[in-house]
Design a protein around this ligand. Structure first.
Ligand code: ASP
Ligand code: MG
Length: 458
């Protein structure tokens, strides 16, 4: 198992004790059974300035003084990662992946050392560790590496010596010692993988919001904070664009039965617990949206055997992801194929399509950037028919045209014009009885902020 390629299932092939099922391992791995281990993760906003870092230090010291072993995984302060990316862009539009990883990994090292200092000033021992020092081993894919295993000896020793251990999230090293990062939002995954590897039954993820909401509260003011949500629903929401957690972290959590507690670092609210589904399953638990994709339509493609395979093979070869695909009925032996793809990949996609259009004798291809993908997610959809029909009806009543549709067992997604996104989300939120009685107090996104969010990744 240790040498198998990492997948969602084999990802934490931590030496031996990790090879047994998580439920067994949880009870057998406890190296210092007398003390409870708390694994926490603090996001960039929770560590955005020295004052906040001191606040986080206080919280960790409180846990420690309750007689618990405490491990904290940290993100880079505030917008540091974006700033580092910006610096690299000023040197070259295509920075070498290896050097970019070394640059980006510095962000987490700043916050980890400052947090350790803040803890020490409170009179408690702290030790910060880079991903390498913490024993986090990844595969060799720079900028989106996957954790293959974690050598936990050093962390365990430091915890046993009564240190609060701070680990830099988002980074690891390959077997040959090359530094890697885990993709944007990767410190969530670092934290959950560490919790799993150390046999912790839960992982607390601290951000600047109260938990997971039924919709983005900046778009839908009546969004409600969810008390609990199942792993599978959270996976679908995260994959559909809800930015709360990196998708891989939820996969790890599910595979290793680690409960995720998403909480606000600045309040004592209970937050949202992500765990195995209970018996009661909401038909719709939440709405997610993704502005980062573009819709491409290849027009006048000869409707012959193997054409779709040819087009999508060429795109796959260029390592470009595809999400939804629709092929229209053919007319006079020609058809249109539409699909969505990350708008950030368009520069690489265009030359591939130019070549394909020529080779296949298709008419042309069109690119539409101002689209949104809206998704409804709910475990109860499996047993309740009619959700799709209701969703489409609500959209049509609001004059919103559906351009594409895709589904999974517990999700329905549609592509609509970006300018209708807000009306659509609010109408669906109301129609599926998700509205809270109170309005979310924080300000809604301004048009400029919405544009900036939509431009992300382009
Ligand atoms: N600092 C990294 C990022 O901004 C990793 C993380 O925060 O999870 O993506
Ligand atoms: Mg994050």
């Amino acid at each position: 198992m240790h040498d198998s390629p990492p997948s969602a299932h084999s990802a934490i092939s931590v030496p031996c004790s990790q090879c047994i099922p998580p439920s067994v391992q949880r009870f057998s791995i406890g190296y210092n059974r007398r003390m409870e281990l708390i694994v926490t993760k603090f996001g960039g906003t929770a560590l955005a300035n020295p004052k906040r870092i001191k606040h986080v230090a206080r919280r960790l010291v409180d846990y420690h003084s309750q007689g618990k072993q405490v491990l904290a995984v940290v993100s880079a302060m505030g917008k540091t990662t974006d700033e580092l990316l910006g610096l690299a862009q000023q040197i070259t539009p295509r920075p070498p992946a290896r050097e970019l990883d070394i640059l980006l990994a510095t962000g987490e090292m700043i916050s980890m050392s400052l947090l350790a200092m803040a803890i020490e000033t409170l009179g408690t021992r702290a030790l910060s560790m880079t991903g390498h020092q913490a024993g986090i081993v990844t595969n060799t894919r720079h900028n989106k590496a996957q954790i293959s295993h974690i050598k936990t000896e050093r962390i365990k020793a430091a915890l046993e010596e009564q240190n609060i251990v701070i680990v830099a999230g988002f980074q690891g090293t390959t077997r040959t010692g090359e530094l890697t990062t885990l993709g944007r939002g990767g410190s969530d995954t670092s934290a959950v993988a560490l919790a799993a590897a150390l046999g912790a039954r839960r992982c607390e993820i601290y951000t600047d919001v109260d938990g997971v909401y039924s919709a983005d509260p900046r778009v839908v003011p009546r969004a409600q904070k969810l008390d609990t949500i199942s792993y599978e629903e959270m996976l679908e929401l995260a994959a559909a664009g809800s930015g709360v957690l990196q998708v891989r972290s939820v996969e790890f959590a599910r595979n290793f039965a680690v409960e995720l507690h998403c909480k606000n670092a600045f309040s004592n609210n209970p937050g949202t617990v992500i765990k195995e589904a209970g018996v009661e399953r909401a038909i719709v638990s939440g709405i997610a949206y993704d502005d980062s994709e573009a819709k491409i339509t290849v027009r006048g493609v000869p409707d012959a055997l193997g054409i779709a395979a040819t087009v999508f093979e060429a795109i796959a070869k260029a390592n470009i992801n595809i999400d939804m695909i629709v092929q229209n009925i053919s007319e006079n032996g020609h058809t249109d194929i539409s699909f969505t793809s990350p708008a950030g990949e368009l520069d690489r996609l265009r030359p591939v399509l130019d070549a394909q259009v020529k080779q296949l004798g298709a008419r042309e291809y069109l690119v539409e950037e101002s689209i949104t993908k809206l998704s409804l997610v709910g475990a109860g959809m499996r047993t309740n028919p009619g959700v799709a029909a209701k969703m489409f009806k609500v959209l049509s009543q609001n004059g919103i045209n559906i351009e594409m549709i895709s589904t999974s067992a517990i999700r329905i997604s549609v592509v609509i014009a970006a300018e209708k996104s807000q009306i659509a989300q609010r109408a669906l939120h109301t129609a599926f009885d998700l509205d809270a009685s109170e309005v979310f107090e924080e300000k809604l996104l301004s048009p400029e902020e919405q544009a900036a969010k939509a431009a992300k990744g382009r």
